[in-house]
Design a protein around this ligand. Structure first.
Ligand SMILES: Cc1cc2nc3c(=O)[nH]c(=O)nc-3n(C[C@H](O)[C@H](O)[C@H](O)COP(=O)(O)OP(=O)(O)OC[C@H]3O[C@@H](n4cnc5c(N)ncnc54)[C@H](O)[C@@H]3O)c2cc1C
Length: 430
């Protein structure tokens, strides 16, 4: 198929772009996907250490991940999603390993019985829960941005107190979602947690099956094809599923869009990959050493029986980004040894990974800017025939990437005058 015949072009074969292409194809559109790298997957691309492949992500998903569940059901792979409620985090403090229970509802009930029993405090907690319970929809973030858009840290300290911040929210965001509670908008919490239930966190052991299935379903996927100007593609409808930082300069942006893309940035992550002899490494340890204890480590994740990822605490990683690999390895291993004594003796290979782009930062104000841009520039964007997709538009995670890909496909189909809905057979299913 030539570029001229394609009705829709998708630039970027990360999860968002592949989902957009999949959704468009199921509705009968002809799609060409352009990917600059030699393989699809984007940030979910696999890596290898000592001959063994692994995915460098920490595999945590928000408690409710309906789009991912639906997609996995469609492609016949729902059994690969393991939902593990996160009930505790191990905190290493003052030379001791302590376990913190992270049961959301129970914690709040407990607060009601003890120092939170005074009615005004309880009312506040109830109000907070009501805010948190509201999902932030892509089309309606403005309505849910009631009052202010404080950082998570300010927000929880003000309404739930310092103790709740220190013992639940900060470790949870830092260890599980790689988000710093000082920099992150509190609205992110609404998409990450369901406060009516226990904070159920899902783990996806390896997302490569999802990428492979979506890529296989692409009728026309062109790898090693970096797009540098929009006029290289002459289809009337184009979906840009590249990171926000790559969009500026491509399209004629409105001032609001320009402001949004300029202020969208990504978190960096420093990770030590360990190949071990595999004994007893099949479980996940959420070990968090607080900054005041000088902790370099935020998480030990077993992603395969013999592969461990030691993720650095976010701020520590940024401060030590330029350090020698040997120095970083030494520090992270020292802290991991506090939680897992004898780890060093089981090692076969180590590698420091410096990931420049992990998750988009949902800093304070991000949702507000997104809402304004979406409300005011939507008709203009539709006329332009260029739609955006990527996790930075919905939420800093896989679910966000999937939802944004589906939404961009729906917008493109509307522009083409095609009714969204499956017309062709789903992949992998009958
Ligand atoms: C270390 C790490 C840990 C993570 N942890 C979690 C987690 O615990 N839970 C969770 O839910 N999510 C996590 N994520 C985030 C998750 O991986 C992303 O949200 C998701 O993969 C983003 O997909 P995307 O399609 O929006 O972007 P990307 O994956 O960045 O895709 C963009 C694609 O566009 C291509 N591209 C760029 N420029 C061009 C061009 N000019 N021409 C053609 N192609 C181009 C790129 O090569 C890439 O393939 C993590 C990510 C990382 C890296």
């Amino acid at each position: 198929m030539s570029d001229q015949n394609a009705q829709v072009s998708v630039v970027g074969a990360g999860l968002a772009g592949l989902v957009a292409a999949y959704t468009l194809q199921r509705a009968g559109a002809t799609v060409t996907v352009y990917e600059s790298s030699d393989v699809p997957g984007g940030r979910l691309k696999s890596r290898s250490i000592d001959g063994q492949t692994f995915q460098p992500m920490s595999q945590t998903l928000p408690s409710t991940a309906p789009a991912l569940s639906r997609l996995l059901r469609e492609i016949g792979a729902i059994d690969k999603l393991r939902r593990t409620p996160l009930r505790e985090v191990h905190l290493f403090e003052n030379g001791k390993n302590r376990t913190i229970a992270l049961a959301g509802k129970a914690y709040l009930r407990g607060m009601g019985r003890t120092r939170w029993s005074r009615p005004p405090r309880l009312r506040r907690v109830r109000d907070i829960i009501e805010w948190l319970a509201e999902r932030v929809g892509r089309d309606t973030p403005a309505e849910t941005t009631r009052l202010d858009d404080r950082s998570v840290a300010d927000f929880t300290r003000l309404y739930l107190g310092n103790r709740a911040h220190q013992s639940i929210i900060a470790p949870l965001l830092d260890a599980e979602f790689a988000l710093d509670s000082y920099d992150t908008s509190r609205l992110t919490l609404t998409v990450l947690m369901n406060p009516w239930a226990e904070p159920e966190i899902s783990r996806l052991n390896d997302a490569s099956f999802l990428i492979d299935a979506l890529a296989d379903s692409c009728a026309d996927l062109r790898v090693n094809r970096k797009i540098t100007r929009l006029d290289e593609i002459d289809t009337p409808i184009r979906i840009l599923a590249v990171p926000a930082t790559d969009v500026a300069g491509w399209v004629d942006l409105s001032p609001r869009e320009e402001e949004f893309f300029k202020t969208t940035s990504y978190a960096r992550e420093l990770t030590l990959v360990l190949k071990t002899d595999g004994t007893g490494e099949s479980t996940q340890t959420d070990a968090w050493i607080p900054p005041r204890q000088g902790g370099s480590l935020r998480r030990i994740a077993a992603i395969a029986p013999n592969i461990l990822l030691l993720s650095a605490r976010l701020r520590w990683g940024i401060e030590h980004w330029e350090d020698e690999d040997a120095q970083l390895t030494h520090s992270l291993l020292n802290h991991a040894e506090l939680v897992r004594p004898g780890l060093r003796d089981t090692l076969h290979a180590t590698e420091i990974l410096r990931l420049e782009q992990t998750v988009p930062r949902f800093d304070v104000g991000h949702y507000r800017r997104l809402a304004t841009m979406h409300r005011d520039d939507r008709p203009r964007a539709a006329n332009r025939g260029v739609f955006f997709a990527g996790d930075y538009l919905v939420g800093p995670h896989i679910e966000g990437a999937i939802v944004s890909g589906m939404q961009a496909a729906r917008d493109a189909l509307m522009r083409l005058g095609v009714k969204p809905g499956a017309t062709s057979a789903p992949i992998g299913g009958s």
